[in-house]
Design a protein around this ligand. Structure first.
Ligand code: 5GP
Ligand code: MG
Length: 174
C-alpha cells in the first residue's frame, strides 16, 4: 500500500477552490440564519477552511457516521453522533468530504429532512466520477470531480491513517 505521487490535489489548489466555493455559497445563501452541519470525521479540514471564509453563520453542528471498513463501503451506516441544534424551519448547509456511492449522504439527508428544515444545500469537497450512478444525489457545491480511486489526506483516512496529510493523494493497494 502506498501513496501515489504526485498528490492528486495539492493544499494550494484546495485553498483556491475553497475561496471560490465560499464566494459562491455566500452569494447564493445569506449566512444569517444558516446552520452548518459537518459530517465527521472526513470533512473536518475542508469544513474548517470553508467556514473561515464564510460570513458569520448561526450555528455549526456535526453528524458522525461510519460506513467504510478499510477501502470499501460496508453498505451499512452506523450513526455515531446526531446534530442537536434544532433545524426546524432553518436553512442548512451540509458539508461532506466525498460523494461516492451517495448512500451515506442520502441517509443523512433523509434524517435531516425528518427534522423539517426550510431548505438543505449540500457541499462536498470531492465527487467521484462513477461509471454507474448508485444513488442520485445532486450536490449543490462540488470542490473537485475526481477519478473513482481511493483517496486520503486533508481529513480523509484509511483505517484512521493519513487524515492529517496536507494534500490529497490516491492510495494504491498492491
Ligand atoms: P458513500 O456512501 O457515498 O459511498 O461513501 C461516502 C463516505 O465514504 C464518504 O463520506 C467518505 O467518508 C467515505 N469514502 C468514500 N470514498 C472514499 C475515499 O476514496 N477515501 C476515503 N478516505 N473515504 C471515502
Ligand atoms: Mg465521510
Amino acid at each position: 500500500m502506498q501513496l501515489r505521487e504526485p498528490p492528486l490535489i495539492t493544499y494550494n489548489s484546495i485553498q483556491k477552490r475553497v475561496q471560490e466555493l465560499a464566494f459562491q455559497i455566500s452569494s447564493e445563501i445569506s449566512s444569517d440564519n444558516l446552520q452548518v452541519i459537518i459530517v465527521l470525521k472526513g470533512a473536518m479540514f475542508f469544513a474548517s477552511d470553508l467556514l473561515k471564509s464564510l460570513p458569520p453563520v448561526s450555528s455549526v453542528d456535526f453528524f458522525k457516521v461510519c460506513s467504510y471498513r478499510g477501502n470499501s463501503s460496508s453498505g451499512e451506516i452506523e450513526v455515531q453522533y446526531l446534530p442537536t441544534d434544532n433545524i426546524s424551519g432553518k436553512k442548512v448547509l451540509l458539508i461532506e468530504d466525498i460523494l461516492d456511492t451517495g448512500k451515506t449522504t442520502s441517509f443523512i439527508l433523509n434524517w435531516l429532512c425528518t427534522q423539517g428544515p426550510q431548505m438543505i444545500r449540500l457541499c462536498v469537497l470531492l465527487k467521484k466520477i462513477k461509471s454507474q450512478t448508485v444513488t442520485h444525489i445532486n450536490a449543490d457545491y462540488v470542490g473537485f470531480e475526481v477519478e473513482d480511486r481511493f483517496v486520503v489526506g486533508y481529513g480523509m483516512d484509511f483505517n484512521n491513517m493519513y487524515r492529517n496529510l496536507k494534500d490529497i493523494y490516491v492510495l494504491e493497494f498492491d
